[in-house]
Design a binder for this molecule. Structure first.
Ligand SMILES: *Cc1c(COP(=O)(O)O)cnc(C)c1O
Length: 388
């Protein structure tokens, strides 16, 4: 009898007994939402990234929208981002009415191309652009020190979309490790706790910052713009009194999700080293042949949310792997070529590097519970296809 093989997805969450116990405990507590677990999760997450403040929200997209609101992005503001990302990196600012400016990617790191951003800024009068949203694509940390000095020169804000990169870091010019989300250079960093990301909470997101004023604004805006803070109340009628001073949203996370996120955060470093081991085994297996493996420059610690290869017959390989129950995935269809952004004037040829990359890229299975046997099977099938 042929043994039925389990499907192998490109990414998946791990839920342990401890996770289940922790969540059940919260379910049986007094608070399902707006209780103590949220603040505890924020404190621990801030500790993990090294940032002063963290604000937990309902998902990563809400975090990006709040980033735009907190930075006072207005209709027509030109915000620069990468086309090689999930649409939310652009959409969060588009919700504020921003005019999204896609700038092409670096052919090695697949992140926003620093030189191209610099050239774009130099080609326009100061004040033309409002900000930069840099994405740590696949977990490869952006050199935020470089982007920060450029942002300062042109009076721009700098947001890091670190959804792929919790635990990653780059080395700055002073030879220090700068963690993704540390608040050292970016005004705000954004994370997601969707199950396919490093830390799963069902749904969930987080912003980190070193700015007290941004932190306070985010805390108000995630719950309708409501405040009870005595220093800023215009009146005070008693203990029940609050004011809605700005138009905010309900972007709150629940205590249930915060508990799961916190329990997962405990294992984040273990998961990260497992991801690095998996990447190393893929790197070795594909060191010779017709595959381009991810760039591993010495100045970063890659967080390997994704393991992306590039190969000529990408569609053939994708289909072949599927016939063996291996569900590789493609990251990303360039955002500027989505019909919505095409309707705003973007077209093929605007970001040729990201477009060419898209023709060849494929994300192979990458998650901490991927077994050696499963990975060997993936490698075997990839090599089999390429040698056919
Ligand atoms: C997942 C993701 C988001 C959005 O996060 P959600 O929690 O799914 O809303 C934003 N940016 C990037 C790069 C992501 O991978």
């Amino acid at each position: 009898m042929i043994k039925e093989r389990k499907t192998i997805p490109y990414g998946r969450q791990e839920i342990t007994e401890e996770d289940v116990r922790a969540v059940v405990e919260t379910l049986q507590s007094d608070f399902l939402t707006q209780g103590p677990k949220i603040a505890e999760f924020e404190k621990r997450f801030a500790g993990y990234t090294g940032a002063k403040y963290a604000v937990a929200v309902s998902n990563g997209t809400a975090a990006l929208h709040l980033a735009g609101l907190a930075l006072n992005v207005q209709p027509g503001d030109k915000v620069i981002t990468s086309p090689n990302t999930f649409a939310a990196s652009a959409n969060g600012f588009r919700y504020c009415g921003a005019d999204i400016q896609f700038v092409d990617i670096d052919p090695d790191t697949y992140n926003l191309d620093f030189q191209k951003v610099k050239l774009l800024l130099e080609a326009h009068p100061k004040g033309t652009f409002r900000g930069i949203v840099a994405v740590d694509f696949a977990g490869y940390p952006v050199d935020l020190e470089k982007f920060k000095s450029l942002a300062d020169e042109y009076g721009l804000f700098l947001v890091e979309d670190a959804c792929h990169a919790p635990g990653g870091y780059f080395i700055n010019s002073k030879k220090q490790q700068v963690s993704c989300g540390s608040g050292e250079y970016a005004d705000l960093s954004v994370f997601s706790f969707h199950p396919v990301k490093h830390i799963a909470a069902g749904e969930g997101g987080m912003l980190t910052t070193n700015s007290l004023s941004l932190y306070e604004k985010l805390m108000r805006m995630r719950t309708h713009g409501i405040t009870k803070s005595l220093e800023i109340l215009r009146e005070n009628h008693g203990g029940w009194y609050y004011e809605m001073q700005e138009l905010g949203y309900n972007y709150r996370i629940t205590d249930i999700q915060a508990t799961l996120g916190m329990s997962q955060l405990e294992r984040a470093e273990v998961g990260l080293s497992k991801r690095k081991e998996i990447a190393k085994r893929y790197d070795e297996a594909f060191s010779v042949g017709k595959i381009k493996t991810p760039c591993v420059a010495g100045e970063v610690s890659h967080a390997y949310h994704l393991y992306v290869i590039q190969t000529k017959d990408r569609k053939g390989l994708y289909d072949y792997l599927r016939t063996h129950q291996i569900f590789a995935q493609v990251h990303y269809i360039p955002v500027h070529l989505m019909p919505y952004y095409r309707n705003l004037g973007w077209k093929k040829g605007d970001c040729p590097v990201a477009e060419e990359y898209y023709e060849y890229c494929l994300s192979l299975p990458m998650y901490p519970t991927l077994t050696t046997e499963e990975q060997d099977f993936v490698i075997e099938k990839v090599l089999e296809f390429l040698s056919a």
